[in-house]
Structure formats: C-alpha cells, structure tokens
Design a protein around this ligand. Structure first.
Ligand code: ADP
Ligand code: MG
Length: 377
C-alpha cells in the first residue's frame, strides 16, 4: 500500500478509494507573460504533492494535510461558497467547489513540494486533488479542462490572480522535456530538455525571502500590461512585435511602457529558447536566461536583493545562465550549471547570503519530470 494510503487509513479508519500525485514546477523561461497570452516554457520537478481521497455519503468534507499536523478540518458541502480567511484549506476546497463535487469527501494531502518557495506547491496541491476527483467521480475532463478549472479555483476561490501556467505544467508535463505552452489556447509542445547528457544540472536556489510587495506587486504589473493593451488598442501583448511596440512608446506612460516592454521581449526570448533547445545550443539558452533576469530586474522590477545576489553569485561560479523564477520579490532563482560546479556554487551562495545578512538559502536540483498521475493501488 502506498505510504499516504496507510496514513489515510489510520486517520479516517479505512483505505482511500484513490491516490493521485502532481508535481511542482520551475519555469525555465517566460516569466510574467502567462496572463498576457504569451508562451511559457516550464518543466515539472520530481517533487510531488500526493492526495488520498474517498467519497462520503453525508455531505461532509473532511480534509487534512501532513504539512499542517494532519488535523482534520470539517466543512459542509452545502456551505462551499468561497470562504474568506487565510486557511490553507481554501486551496483544496476551491478545487472541490469548481469541479462541482456533489457528495461528501475526505482527503489527506502530503506535499513534498516546498511551500511558498516559488515552485508552485499551490498548483501541485490543486492538480493532485483535481486528478483524484476526475478519476473518482468519472468526470472525463481533459487535462486542459482540469487546468482551466484549477486556475479558476485559485483565482475565484482562493483569490490569487494567477495565470494558467502552473496548473497546466503540473498536469501535462513529460519527463525529459520542457512544456512549451501557448497560454492563449493552451496548446502544448514537448521540447526536449535533456541537460544530464550535457553534463549540466539545473540548480534551484530558494532564497527564503518573501517580501511584502508580493500580492500588490503582482496585481499592479498585471494591470499595467492590461493598460498597455487597452491604450494601444491591440488584442494582447502577444500580438505586437518588439519593434512595433517600441515604435509606439510615446502613446504610453513610462511605467506602462517599460512593463509591457518586458512582456514583449520575454515572449520573443521564449521562442528563441525553444530554437536553442532544438539546436542543442545550451550557451544560447544560458544567454537568454541572463537576459530574462535583467529584464525582470530592471524593466519589470520584480526582483529583489536576495534573488540578484543568488543569480550574480551563480554566474561568478561558472553558471552558463541564471535568473529569478516565479512572481518575484522573493522565492527562487535557477542556474544552469555544470554538475561539477554545483557544490562549489551552493557554498559560494551560502557564504554570500550570510555576509549580506540574508536568510539561509535552500538548494534543490531536479531533472524535468512527468506531470500529474493517478497512482495504481
Ligand atoms: P507556491 O505555490 O509558490 O508554493 P503559494 O503561496 O502560491 O506558494 O502557495 C502556498 C500555499 O499553498 C501554502 O501557504 C498553503 O496554504 C497551500 N499549500 C500548498 N501545499 C500544501 C500542503 N501540502 N498542505 C497544506 N497546504 C498547502
Ligand atoms: Mg502558488
């Protein structure tokens, strides 16, 4: 029996009907453009969130998380309208709400994706539950439909205005590949991303920084992109080339312009990165990662001293490319680096952080892994 099934058994007194898992993700390139109809190129990490679930006949929802002391929270199905408050339970309830679960359920979550590190533990949790519900209630929903539904759960129920990327890659990723995702129509293409044969590794540096700007900062930048679209009278920032955008600078106020400029250049960098990967040109990929970081730092202004120090130190230590990932103002950075330099790079970043008086960073490495799955019992 799967480990989580045993824990479920001791918590709820019987075996679960289904166990499902979904991974966290790292976005290789294409940051802050999922909400502008852009292309993104994330891959799934090997760490997953697992859920064990069973149905109940009494209309009660009983949920627990191993990361929250496995205490059981109880809710009534007929009171499932979006809850206010900060409880982690909203992430799980939102998925049950959006998938119209019409009988009681009990579920236990065990998340091995570090929480709040920019690796999308929230999407891993939502997608593991969505997979379990789709299976258990025989909903027959496609992975695209599940991605839209879980995004809606996070937007409308939890109240986080996230794009569609995290849920899509958590559901659709394939090992050894990055997932080129067109955020406009959710079409995908698996792009080979085989770094091990190149002697390379992807180092993930969790800065452990969480700056306050995180909520307002995101919404404000998203609003700037929408303002650029409305002012220029275009359908989205996807539909304008870098040159055409630059030519219309005078129509936009400086903040709106520079934020939109990040979006249009980042969209081009994603497509260039796909070409680089198809040509096995990892130096070119490294360059594009560096350009992406500079754009996020200087134009979109969503970086922070911890992320910049991690990126600069990794480059000093021989990384061929490095950038902040995720929403910004904290969270994680990635560095594409030769395997033999990884340890030295971690030590140097640790030292630099300690000298700067920053929190102790955490390090992970991961190869591109598979997306969500139901685990056979
Ligand atoms: P990220 O998605 O980058 O990890 P978020 O702030 O979007 O960060 O999501 C983290 C939140 O998701 C946590 O604070 C918690 O509310 C919820 N969450 C994620 N994983 C778990 C888990 N295993 N158990 C309980 N809550 C979880
Ligand atoms: Mg999240």
């Amino acid at each position: 029996m799967h480990e989580i099934a045993k824990r479920f058994n001791s918590l709820f007194g019987h075996a679960p009907e289904v166990v499902a898992a979904a991974p966290g993700r790292v976005n290789l390139i294409g940051e802050h453009i999922d909400y502008s109809d852009g292309f993104v190129l994330p891959f799934a990490i090997s760490d997953t969130t697992t859920v064990a679930m069973s149905r109940r006949k009494d209309g009660m929802i009983r949920i627990a998380s191993a990361q929250k002391s496995a205490e059981i929270f109880e809710f009534s199905l007929d009171k499932l309208a979006p809850l206010t408050g900060e409880s982690w339970a909203r992430y799980a309830l939102g998925v049950l709400w959006v998938l119209d679960v019409d009988t009681g359920v009990e579920l236990l979550i065990d998340g091995r994706v570090p929480l709040g590190a920019g690796l999308s533990s929230s999407a891993a949790l939502e997608c593991s539950i969505a997979m379990a519900v789709n299976h258990l209630f025989q909903k027959g929903m496609s992975l695209q439909e599940l991605a839209r539904a879980t995004q809606k759960a996070e937007n409308k129920y939890v109240g986080v205005p996230c794009g569609i990327m995290d849920q899509s890659v958590s559901l659709m990723a394939k090992s050894g590949s990055a997932l080129l995702l067109d955020c406009r129509d959710l079409t995908t293409e698996n792009i080979p991303f085989l770094i091990a044969p190149q002697g390379l590794e992807l180092l993930i540096i969790d800065t452990q920084a969480h700056h306050k700007l995180v909520d307002g900062g995101y919404a404000e930048r998203r609003a700037s992109c929408e303002k650029a679209v409305a002012t220029l009278g275009i359908t989205s920032l996807r539909d304008i080339s870098v040159a055409d955008y630059a030519a219309r600078q005078s129509e936009l106020d400086p903040t709106t312009y520079i934020r939109g400029f990040h979006a249009v250049t980042e969209m081009k960098r994603v497509l260039d990165a796909v070409e680089a990967l198809k040509a096995n040109n990892f130096d070119r990929l490294g360059d594009l990662l560096n350009q992406s970081h500079r754009s996020l730092r200087d134009d979109y202004t969503v970086s922070c001293p911890e992320l910049n120090l991690a990126v600069d130190t990794a480059l000093d230590q021989g990384a061929i490319g490095a950038r902040m990932v995720g929403g910004g103002f904290g969270g994680s950075a990635i560095a594409l680096i030769k395997t033999e330099y990884v340890k030295r790079c971690e030590n140097a970043i640790q030292r630099a952080f300690s000298e700067a008086g920053f929190k102790n960073p955490r390090f992970f490495t991961s190869l591109p892994s598979d997306g969500a799955r139901v685990i056979p019992s």
